[in-house]
Design a protein around this ligand. Structure first.
Ligand code: COA
Length: 212
């Protein structure tokens, strides 16, 4: 069933506060094995309701730890937005389907302090670009139908939305890759790495001055 958005979702919302980064860009960095502890801290910081929205059930700390342990960084694409303390404010996880190598499912979480600034949308765009450059044909996301932010995000991205029993599945047919989509991904990666390197440098305590 194709579900048009209810009018309250289809109307434009007031813009949130400006996003950090150069020219409104959100610096997104790919996560690796080394990121597991930061990823775990990020997910454990989600309140019960947010865990419900993210995982489809109010995941316990133990279940979240299991989820983080189980991520295959070699197969999936996991990426995030770091604050100046190098804590993860937001995380996107593009999990490649075990059944169909052309499909992947997107999951996302943004801590309350980072919301309504376009970060969730930027993470989705990053996932879509990654899927495109990997030659995937379909990107899916699942959420509760009452999750207005995700419904809006799916609608804005032009996804096909199917709803039943309070749950929604949205699908995006991924366009073929191009030189521009590779360049776009490369640029975003450079910005994400630069941002992280600068924040890491700023975090270091200043070197002790040599005594004169
Ligand atoms: C869903 C979530 C990722 C959105 O992140 P975000 O950074 O706030 O998203 P954006 O700022 O890019 O906003 C996306 C859209 O939702 C709208 N929006 C944001 N917060 C909203 C809210 N509380 N109510 C209604 N709409 C909201 C934005 O205005 C935007 O719509 P627009 O482009 O038409 O203006 C975040 O709220 C979250 O982590 N929630 C808990 C976990 C979850 O629900 N995960 C998704 C399941 S996989």
């Amino acid at each position: 069933m194709f579900t048009p958005l209810p009018p309250r979702l289809a109307s434009p919302s007031p813009p949130g506060p400006p996003v950090g980064g150069v020219g409104g860009l959100v610096p997104i960095r790919a996560l690796t094995e080394q990121s597991r502890p930061a990823l775990l801290r990020h997910l454990l910081a989600l309140a019960r309701e947010d865990r419900y929205l993210r995982f489809g059930h109010a995941a316990s700390d133990r279940q979240i730890a299991g989820y983080v342990r189980g991520i295959d960084f070699g197969r999936d694409e996991v990426f995030g937005v770091f604050d100046r303390h190098l804590e993860l404010v937001a995380v996107g996880h593009l999990a490649l389907s075990a059944d169909d190598p052309g499909e992947a499912e997107f999951g996302v979480s943004v801590l309350p302090r980072g919301r309504s600034r376009g970060i969730g949308t930027r993470l989705f765009e990053r996932a879509a670009t990654f899927a495109r450059n990997r030659g995937l044909h379909t990107l899916r996301l699942q959420c509760l139908s009452r999750n207005e932010a995700m419904m809006r995000l799916a609608w804005r991205a032009g996804m096909l939305v199917r709803a039943s029993d309070g749950e929604t599945e949205a699908t995006l047919q991924v366009p073929p890759r191009s030189l521009l989509s590779h360049f776009d991904a490369w640029m975003r990666d450079v910005i994400g790495e630069l941002d992280f390197a600068i924040k890491r440098r700023l975090r270091r305590p200043p070197a002790a001055r040599p005594e004169s």
